[in-house]
Design a protein around this ligand. Structure first.
Ligand code: FE
Length: 199
């Protein structure tokens, strides 16, 4: 049943082999992701489990040279991220349920402020983030009473990227997300070693 994910990973790797610029990655990679999330019958249950305490980020695939990674983002009812950045391109495809992404920009004092309306993603929808198209957002499950799941693709091994969250009181905090997978040793989760060198 995992064949659609395998096909997606192969096609995405071939796209990156052609050394595309970011607009092409977002458009052609976005089309690949839209096809992947057009059906919801391939994600194994182990990568679709919510946690009552916090949203989950399960690594589905990390490219061997860390050109890209694929993550299932599992929202428990009402769960939300802090305002955060990515520092690399990212594609978000809604697989199940719905989420809201509220874009932010820095005001003159350097504080992240909401800009425009939140974008609602329903199953099948795809959105992009990056330092060029808008990299700051806060995301939350659109549903207060059920799980939502989106599939994310990033232009790096995202769990090991040094990035930031932006607290309401201002300033920014170093942030390395790691991955939630704990069932097996995770070759690609270097979050612990990075956290100790990034503060
Ligand atoms: Fe994000």
């Amino acid at each position: 049943m995992i064949a659609p994910l395998r096909d997606f990973v192969g096609a995405f790797g071939r796209l990156l082999d052609s050394a595309p610029d970011e607009p092409r990655i977002l458009s052609e990679g976005g089309a690949l992701l839209r096809a992947l999330v057009a059906r919801d019958d391939w994600l194994p249950d182990a990568f679709a489990r919510p946690d009552p305490a916090r949203y989950q980020q399960f690594l589905l695939h990390a490219d061997s040279t860390e050109r890209f990674s694929v993550v299932s983002f599992v929202w428990g009812p009402g769960q939300a991220t802090p305002i955060h950045d990515h520092t690399v391109w990212g594609l978000i495809g809604m697989l199940r349920g719905a989420e809201y992404s509220q874009g932010h920009v820095f005001d003159s004092s350097g504080r992240a402020q909401p800009q425009g309306d939140a974008v609602r993603l329903d199953a099948g929808d795809v959105e992009a983030v990056s330092p060029t198209v808008g990299d700051l957002h806060r995301v939350h499950n659109a549903h207060a009473d059920r799980v939502s799941i989106s599939i994310h693709v990033y232009g790096a091994n995202i769990g090991a990227v040094r990035r930031h969250t932006y607290p309401a009181e201002g300033g920014r905090k170093p942030f390395v997300s790691g991955y939630s997978n704990t069932l097996l040793p995770n070759l690609w989760d270097r979050s612990d070693e990075l956290r100790s060198t990034f503060a």
